[in-house]
Design a binder for this molecule. Structure first.
Ligand SMILES: Cc1cc2nc3c(=O)[nH]c(=O)nc-3n(C[C@H](O)[C@H](O)[C@H](O)COP(=O)(O)OP(=O)(O)OC[C@H]3O[C@@H](n4cnc5c(N)ncnc54)[C@H](O)[C@@H]3O)c2cc1C
Length: 423
């Protein structure tokens, strides 16, 4: 049995999941606690650079970062399989004792364990696209739409067909955004087939023809499956946290982002049941709040009133459409074209990660001393000393374009946000 920092005076913190939320948290806690970061792969990946990397594999040099290049936490490359009150167990037989645990296993990826293999995977995908005259994309969520956009712009001579079983593209955001994406794809000659599906168990690239649920035949030299990834909570189903999972498999958290009913276990990012659109920049904010709370708790004597609170945000969503354009859903307006494209599509915020100095910004070592979350945001309500970090009308629905709350910009300190380009 291994402990995070066995024999050390520091508290032992285990972070499970090395996506945006977990990576930031591990980095920001590394000088306060003995941190173990458990991830099923040895690198951090900017998720929204995935589709561009399929048409431009050299982007992976900047969008895939070895965990050991940005954090001094002890990195364990294995899948977590089980937890008890004070231990996490991994698939390769490891066990790690914790004083505090943060679950950040957003989605379970079937991506390779090693960074080099992941780079190779993108190169192979790119060769497949280049050698095909026609491409079928299965799934019209953000992944399918962004991939269709990347191929349509970089390889306009190729025939792209997108099949989606829903009645509109990208149902996670409002219908105006769906319509704008559909119009843009149609303009780029992408054929979009809605309310149809393709049986994944009955397809083979060798056939060159795919039959949809309504019997339509699609000729394509290759296909890409872009359906939603499963939540990364299956490993908790038989654990002590099984009753903390909601029906969808998300971890139920309180306003401090602590798993409901637990004293020393927090959850951050897509795995939580916080009622907001699941976005990376919000996962960052979760990590900031939890880092703040962990530091207070580790110092000792923190009462609940001192802990930072998180309130679900009305979030913006940006889906890129090729290299220059995007569709963006902001609180009051949904727009598409070059303006939102300027925000995201050009380099998908990856350029901001280029220098070591900027990688250092991945998190601040001391949230408190930087003043982060020390003061409520401009529009937050004070609550007897409790710190509000998000502001949202709890009744508002993601995708409802009439919501009147502002996107919370928190405290105006964008050190972490700047790295991923979101403010
Ligand atoms: C196409 C697309 C475009 C997007 N564009 C944007 C955008 O422009 N802006 C934005 O803010 N958000 C965007 N998002 C959303 C954003 O990617 C997610 O909200 C964000 O990645 C969530 O981060 P996370 O850390 O919670 O989880 P994830 O990024 O899902 O990371 C989870 C980590 O946990 C690991 N893991 C899972 N299970 C285990 C286990 N049992 N043991 C060990 N490790 C495990 C995984 O390997 C992974 O490293 C986009 C998403 C997609 C799909």
């Amino acid at each position: 049995m291994e402990g995070a920092g066995e024999g050390s005076a520091k508290d032992r913190l285990v972070v499970v999941g090395g996506g945006i939320a977990g990576a930031l948290l591990a980095k920001s806690m590394q000088s306060i606690a003995d941190v173990v970061l458990i991830d099923s792969k040895d690198y951090f990946e900017i998720p929204w650079a995935e589709l561009r990397s399929m048409v431009e594999p050299s982007l992976t040099r900047r969008s895939l970062i070895s965990h050991t290049d940005y954090t001094r936490a002890r990195v364990i490359v294995s899948s977590a399989t089980h937890i008890t009150e004070n231990q996490v167990f991994t698939a390769d037989g490891g066990s790690f004792t914790f004083d505090y645990l943060v679950v950040a296993t957003g989605h379970a990826y079937s991506t390779p364990r090693g960074r080099d293999e992941r780079i190779k995977e993108f190169q192979l995908d790119n060769e497949k696209i280049k050698s095909s005259e026609s491409v079928l994309i299965i799934g019209g969520g953000p992944t399918g739409v962004e991939l269709a956009g990347e191929i349509a712009v970089d390889y306009p001579e190729k025939k792209v067909t997108l099949v989606h079983k829903g009645s509109r593209l990208m149902e996670f955001i409002g219908s105006k955004a769906s319509k704008k994406a559909l119009d843009w794809l149609t303009l780029k000659k992408v054929e979009v087939l809605l309310e149809q599906s393709v049986d994944l168990n009955a397809i083979s690239e060798a056939d060159g023809v795919y039959t949809t649920s309504s019997g339509e035949k699609i000729a394509a030299d290759c296909h890409f499956v872009c359906i939603g990834k499963p939540l990364g909570s299956s490993w908790l189903h038989e654990s002590m946290l099984k009753d903390s999972l909601d029906k969808k498999g998300r971890l139920m958290v309180d306003e401090y982002l602590r798993v409901k009913g637990q004293r020393n276990i927090f959850a951050v990012g897509d795995i939580t049941d916080v009622p907001e659109i699941k976005q990376g920049y919000l996962a960052q904010r979760h990590a900031e709040v939890v880092a703040n709370n962990l530091k207070l708790l580790m110092k000792g004597g923190a009462t609940e009133k001192k802990l930072a609170k998180y309130k679900a945000a009305y979030s913006m969503a940006l889906v890129s459409l090729g290299r220059k354009e995007a569709v963006a859903q902001f609180p009051f307006i949904t727009i598409s074209g070059c303006f939102p494209g300027l925000i995201k599509s050009r380099d998908l915020f990856v350029g901001l990660l280029e220098s070591d100095e900027e990688i250092e910004l991945l998190a601040e070592d001391d949230v408190e001393s930087s003043g982060k979350n020390e003061h409520p945001p401009r529009d937050a309500e004070s609550d007897g000393g409790a710190k509000e970090v998000k502001v949202k009308d709890e009744d508002s629905e993601p995708g409802d374009e009439d919501v009147k709350e502002e996107n919370n910009d928190g405290d105006g300190d964008h050190g972490v946000d700047d790295v991923l380009g979101l403010q």
